[in-house]
Design a protein around this ligand. Structure first.
Ligand SMILES: Cc1cc2nc3c(=O)[nH]c(=O)nc-3n(C[C@H](O)[C@H](O)[C@H](O)COP(=O)(O)OP(=O)(O)OC[C@H]3O[C@@H](n4cnc5c(N)ncnc54)[C@H](O)[C@@H]3O)c2cc1C
Length: 297
């Protein structure tokens, strides 16, 4: 049985969007296919007529540093991310989060754009990007031509497995600031030993230390799954930056705040709510200490 009628490999964003527009409602974007093909095989899946493969678009897998940003094409694979010296230096929380997705076969084809667009609150690459305070470039079909604009990463999520993109929009790129002086970031997660899909819990954090390198003056903490969409632990960030010095008490204040704010649930295949709550403590302590150590001279 054919799962689709036509498979297109456009070479430009405009071509991809024109195809999506022409087949509105019957077309889907495919990148690595590691989520989409499984979705299409689900018993209750609606049939899809047209697949638009975005991985052949020129520049869709670029990694560049330009005009004060690090820019990643949405079609970059997790293997490309993991092996980039530039990203290892500036975005350890992203290389660490993408580096544990699936196994090598999955990472060789699965993309960051697919990880984000699939919109799961625990998606590892998404959690890494969120702590980097990344923005996403959304490309939209219009009669005047392709329109592209940058928006905060969180603005595209609607709910578990649902993004806010229109049928003729696509994610084109991500961008975030390179690591500056006294900044560091880190990611860690906990996974069932036999698990191959999503983690029990993943946490990424980015910190900037003050000039004495004793106090955290800015923090971004992302936790997943801790709600219907990827979660920024704003109260934990505040607790950390309110502390006069980065010490055990500051870390515990951040842990308490994150545990109180996170919306955790018990999942049949992964873990109980209580276990996840406990793991916020374990992972956040670890990730904060690593990020701070990386930020210190
Ligand atoms: C065995 C296995 C293990 C896995 N382990 C993990 C894991 O540990 N952690 C984790 O986070 N994930 C995991 N995944 C899930 C998956 O591999 C990742 O989410 C992956 O990054 C998805 O990317 P993809 O390119 O394969 O997306 P696809 O399957 O090609 O697409 C996924 C969705 O995104 C849409 N899409 C893709 N690209 C774009 C774009 N540029 N613009 C707009 N929409 C787009 C598609 O239409 C589709 O709805 C695993 C999957 C498998 C099969």
């Amino acid at each position: 049985m054919h799962r689709w009628q036509a498979y297109h490999t456009p070479r430009t964003v405009a071509e991809a969007l024109a195809l999506l527009h022409a087949h509105k409602g019957n077309a889907r974007i495919i990148a690595g296919g590691t989520d989409l093909i499984l979705d299409m095989e689900a018993e209750d899946a609606a049939p899809i007529e047209v697949l638009v493969d975005v991985t052949k678009i020129a520049g869709i897998d670029r990694i560049v540093q330009e005009q004060g940003w690090i820019v990643l094409g949405a079609g970059i694979t997790h293997t490309q991310i993991e092996s980039s010296p530039l990203l290892r230096r500036h975005a350890a929380c992203l290389t660490e989060s993408c580096g544990v997705i699936g196994g090598p076969q999955v990472r060789n084809v699965a993309t960051l754009g697919g990880n984000v667009a699939h919109a799961l609150p625990a998606a590892d690459g998404t959690i890494g990007l969120l702590a980097l305070e990344a923005e996403v470039e959304v490309a939209t079909h219009s009669v005047q031509g392709t329109q592209q604009h940058w928006q905060p990463l969180l603005s595209i999520f609607e709910g578990p497995g649902r993004n806010k993109l229109a049928p003729d929009q696509m994610l084109h790129a991500f961008r975030f600031r390179p690591v500056a002086a006294r900044e560091g970031n880190a990611f860690d997660r906990i996974m069932r030993p036999q698990g191959v899909a999503l983690p029990i819990l993943g946490i990424a954090a980015k910190v900037r230390m003050d000039e004495t390198a004793r106090r955290v003056e800015e923090a971004a903490i992302a936790i997943g799954p801790a709600g219907p969409i990827p979660f920024r632990a704003a109260n934990a960030e505040e607790a950390l930056t309110a502390a006069k010095v980065f010490d055990d008490a500051a870390v515990e204040a951040a842990v308490d705040a994150a545990q109180a704010q996170a919306r955790l649930r018990t999942s049949k295949y992964r873990a109980s709510q209580a276990y996840r709550r406990e793991m916020i403590g374990v992972l956040l302590r670890r990730v904060l200490r690593t990020a701070v150590a990386r930020a210190r001279p």
